[in-house]
Design a protein. Structure first.
Length: 270
């Protein structure tokens, strides 16, 4: 008597092309981030002199854009090709990297909750280092100005933190016109002014501290961010949950497709 084996194992086209569509978005976003980062570096002359990257003591925002772009481009490429070619190695790389990023995000969130004082000190140190490089990089300057203007704050702990910058330092021998001042983004805006007064912070710290709050924000940005978080905790939690669900969905698609491919290979072996 002869026995015949009928195998129904097959790779699901639904999961295959859904994973491809999922990753093509990441791949295109990665291309956009890389293009924007390289364009920004070309405008600042970094591409012709890469030593400018190491010469900046603070954070160059373009580096962050490029890192995000490289990660998204690599993951999107691995996911797209892995899905279309049914390549288990690329799919496992994609899945493993997403799992690692998810666990890293979770660990950072837990550590930030458990060690709030340590996180606060690191944020203070980070902010002070970037204040030092305020005039060295236009992108960093724009980010600090936006942060201070939107949150109605000045410096990390307060306006006196601008002594960390050589141009604003009251104690230095610098002949800078901005000495003992603060950036214009620290100034309380005047609704009657339609043109931004970029000199509004000049010499403000030569006055008594009791007069500061008439012209500039006296609250530090760390305190402002600490006050902002409880007010927007549902928005922050919603964003975190949405990102986590997208990552879990990608992991599910990749694992399901890997299982289908392995099942087909196993059935063809008989």
């Amino acid at each position: 008597m002869h026995y015949y084996r009928y195998s129904n194992a097959e790779v699901s086209c639904w999961y295959k092309y859904l994973l491809f569509s999922y990753n093509i978005v990441f791949w295109l976003a990665g291309v956009a981030f890389l293009a924007a980062g390289l364009w920004a570096w070309s405008e600042k002359g970094v591409l012709s002199d890469l030593t400018k990257v190491t010469g900046l003591h603070g954070l160059d925002p373009v580096v962050l854009v490029l890192v995000v772009g490289i990660v998204m481009f690599t993951l999107g490429f691995a996911g797209c090709v892995g899905a279309l070619r049914e390549n288990i190695c690329l799919l496992k790389f994609f899945c493993g990297t997403i799992v690692f990023i998810f666990l890293l995000e979770l660990a950072v969130a837990v550590m930030a909750f458990l060690f709030q004082d340590w996180v606060r000190d690191r944020v203070k140190e980070f902010f002070e280092n970037n204040i030092k490089s305020y005039r060295d990089d236009i992108d960093l300057q724009n980010i600090i100005d936006s942060l201070q203007r939107i949150n109605h704050c000045c410096g990390a702990q307060g306006p006196e933190d601008w002594d960390f910058n050589i141009y604003f330092d009251c104690k230095s021998e610098s002949k800078s016109r901005e000495k003992c001042g603060v950036p214009f983004s620290c100034c309380i805006p005047d609704p009657a002014q339609k043109v931004v007064n970029t000199q509004c912070g000049y010499d403000i710290r030569k006055k008594s501290k009791s007069q500061w709050d008439e012209q500039i924000f006296v609250k530090g940005c760390i305190h402002a961010l600490e006050a902002w978080l409880p007010r927007n905790i549902y928005i922050v939690a919603g964003v975190f949950i949405a990102i986590s669900l997208l990552q879990i969905f990608g992991i599910f698609l990749a694992r399901t497709l890997i299982s289908d491919i392995e099942a087909v290979k196993a059935s063809n072996a008989f």
